[in-house]
Each structure stands twice: as structure tokens, then as C-alpha cells.
Design a protein around this ligand. Structure first.
Ligand SMILES: [Zn+2]
Ligand SMILES: [Zn+2]
Length: 367
């Protein structure tokens, strides 16, 4: 293996500004790493959060973390993957040895990783932040081998990439974090790219009712198409009333907040039943807060819990979700509402920002 190679990438130079298409240098895979020629990468709200500076980080940076591609090269010590293998690339790095990895909670792997010392640099040698551990808004990426899950040949790259983040985050929040049981009533707040996966997740877990809440009528239509039994206007000043009317006054057993809007997180408490679980899935900017009344939490026995990447175990759960897709039990193709070349990534981001996209996917010419 030789030295760094030039690749085209969408680079963030300033928070909140459009990405610029530039040639950056990508180092060859080091020990335990692989190089992946990317075939598809979706635009996720987390990319936009970082791009807007909502959660800090350094510039310049290359974001993009919901990706699929083909292994181009493997670094020393990698035996589980080989060149030519199609893979799904996630941001979930797993050391395999920390307390979280040993507890089957790899999304919380505690091994440190310095994104400023990743594989990307500018041609002049300036370090480029390895955004979300992937840097996948580029023709190719170098990631830890643990971030790659083999993709079967019948799974199109533009569908495969969705399994890296949005799908596992939504389905996993319902099945694993909320632990929905058969017969429960579930409220899904926000019917965007994650909420539209939480809805089938709740169905798969056996929910009796799945009530979607979204202020956007098109998204409410989407929610019903993806399996919600009811769709309510989240802009209603008292959205808990129709939820209570549907549940004999009880409220929802689980409330999955799948939007980053702080008001939606605040409103979730009113939707929950006694012993209800309120799950924070969507991520507001750092510093955004909600007010919790502890006496209500304790009196009603409610739980507030965060869900990162759906608490999935990627190598166990992504093959399961692929099976569900093959059986027609999980709509993945319909999540893709636009395909864009890398050069038009700012248009793809604008579609996502405007709420018009379920998922905008950047596809590469050979995909
Ligand atoms: Zn670990
Ligand atoms: Zn994501």
C-alpha cells in the first residue's frame, strides 16, 4: 500500500455554510482499518446538526455517515473483510473490549477516537475532521473494520446505506430502547427519516396502536403509509387530548420523540400513560433543555430514557432488518425520495432541511 490518495469530497469549511466539493487526501487503511469505495451515502439530520455547529467539532470537516460501498483495501490485521466485499458503513466503532462492548451495547463503546487524527487531510497537509467517524461525503472512506457490516448482493446500495443509521435508529428505539410489548399504544412524535422507521419498529414489536404526530400533513400521510394506525397534527395546542381519546384516557405506553425540536421533547410528557416510557431519539442542539417535574415522574412511574442509534448491535440486527426488508415487512425503498450526485450535495441537504425528503441519497457514478 502506498501513501494517501486524492478523493473528491464535500468539505465543510464554515458552520452553516454550503459544503464545497474539493480534492482531499485519504490515507491508506492502517491496522484494523479498511478502505471503502462508496456507492451511496444518505443525508441524515445528524450531518446537518454538525454542519450547523450544533454539537461542536473542528473545521475543515467531511461529514456523511449513512453509507454503503465496496471494500477496496484492508489494513494489517483485518481478517473479517476482504477487497470486493459489499458493506454497510456505520459510525459505530466497536473495540470489543470495553465495558459497553462487553455488555452488547457497542453504540456506547468507550474506546477513545480522535476525529482530528483520522485518515483525511487537505493537499497542504492540514488535518480534516473525520466527521462522525466516517467522512463519507466522499468517493471513498477509511474506517475501522468494526464499522462495516457485510451487505448481500440483492440489496441496492441506496437502500443498504439507510441501514447504517436512520433505519436502525428508528426501529431500534422502538424494539430495544423502549422495549415495546405486544398490545401497547405507541406515540411517535416526528414522522421524518427516523420516525418513519420507529413506526414499523413499533408494529414489529406488536404495538396495538401506533399514533404518529407531525405538524406537516405530507408527513402524516407518510406515517399512515408506513404503518401508523393514526396520524395527528402535532401543531394542535393540546395534542394529548386526541391521544387520550384513542386510549380511554390513559395516554401512550411509549412515546418516541424522533425529532430534534425541543418543544416536541417537552410535549412528550403529556402524551405518556402511567408507567409510560418517554424515549429521546431525535437530537436537539447542545444546550437545549426541557423541564421535568420529578413528582409527576415518580407518581406516575414514568421513565425518561435516551436512545442512541437505537441501542442496536449492528452485526446482529442489520442482517435481521435485511431479512424483514426481503419479506416485505420493512419498507426501505420508499424511504428514498431523491438521488443526487456528490456535486449537488447542497441541494440534497436543502431538501432534507426543508422537510421535503424522507431520505436524500448521494449516489456515485458506478453505483
Ligand atoms: Zn468498546
Ligand atoms: Zn444519522
Amino acid at each position: 500500500m502506498t501513501g494517501p490518495r486524492p478523493v473528491r469530497a464535500a468539505v465543510a469549511r464554515a458552520f452553516g455554510a454550503p459544503l464545497t466539493i474539493e480534492t482531499v487526501m485519504l490515507a491508506p487503511p492502517g491496522p484494523g482499518q479498511v478502505a471503502v469505495d462508496l456507492r451511496a451515502v444518505a443525508v441524515c439530520h445528524s450531518d446537518i446538526g454538525y454542519l450547523d455547529g450544533a454539537w461542536g467539532g473542528h473545521l475543515p470537516a467531511v461529514y456523511g455517515h449513512e453509507a454503503a460501498g465496496r471494500i477496496a483495501a484492508v489494513g494489517p490485521g483485518v481478517t473479517s473483510l476482504a477487497p470486493g466485499q459489499d458493506v454497510i458503513v456505520t459510525l459505530i466503532r466497536q473495540c470489543g473490549a470495553c465495558p459497553a462492548c462487553r455488555a452488547a451495547a457497542p453504540v456506547h463503546c468507550e474506546a477513545p477516537y480522535d476525529r482530528r487524527r483520522g485518515p483525511l487531510s487537505l493537499p497542504d497537509g492540514t488535518a480534516v475532521e473525520h466527521g462522525l467517524n466516517c467522512g463519507a461525503f466522499a468517493e471513498a472512506a477509511v474506517v475501522d473494520a468494526s464499522q462495516c457490516i457485510p451487505a448481500p448482493a440483492d440489496l441496492p446500495p441506496e437502500v443498504a446505506c439507510l441501514l447504517a443509521c436512520g433505519v436502525i435508529t428508528g426501529v431500534g428505539a422502538a424494539v430495544f430502547t423502549a422495549g415495546i410489548r405486544p398490545g401497547e399504544t405507541v406515540a411517535v412524535v416526528g414522522a421524518g427519516g427516523v420516525g418513519l422507521n420507529a413506526i414499523p419498529g413499533a408494529r414489529i414489536a406488536g404495538a396495538a396502536r401506533v399514533i404518529a404526530l407531525d405538524p406537516n400533513p405530507d408527513r402524516r400521510t407518510d406515517a399512515l403509509a408506513f404503518g401508523a394506525t393514526h396520524a395527528l397534527d402535532a401543531a394542535d395546542p393540546r395534542p394529548w387530548r386526541p391521544v387520550q381519546a384513542l386510549t380511554e384516557g390513559r395516554g401512550a405506553d411509549a412515546v418516541l420523540v424522533c425529532t430534534g425540536a425541543p418543544a416536541a421533547h417537552q410535549g412528550a410528557f403529556r402524551l405518556a400513560a402511567r408507567r409510560g416510557r418517554i424515549v429521546a431519539v431525535g437530537m436537539p442542539p447542545s444546550g437545549a433543555t426541557v423541564t421535568v417535574e420529578p413528582v409527576i415522574l415518580s407518581a406516575l412511574g414514568q421513565t425518561l430514557r435516551g436512545s442512541l442509534m437505537g441501542d442496536v448491535v449492528p452485526h446482529r440486527d442489520i442482517p435481521w432488518l435485511i431479512d424483514l426488508w426481503r419479506q416485505g415487512r420493512l419498507k426501505l425503498d420508499a424511504l428514498v425520495t431523491g438521488r443526487w450526485p456528490l456535486a449537488a450535495i447542497n441541494d440534497a441537504i436543502a431538501e432534507t432541511r426543508a422537510g421535503r425528503a424522507r431520505r436524500s441519497v448521494i449516489v456515485f457514478p458506478d453505483a
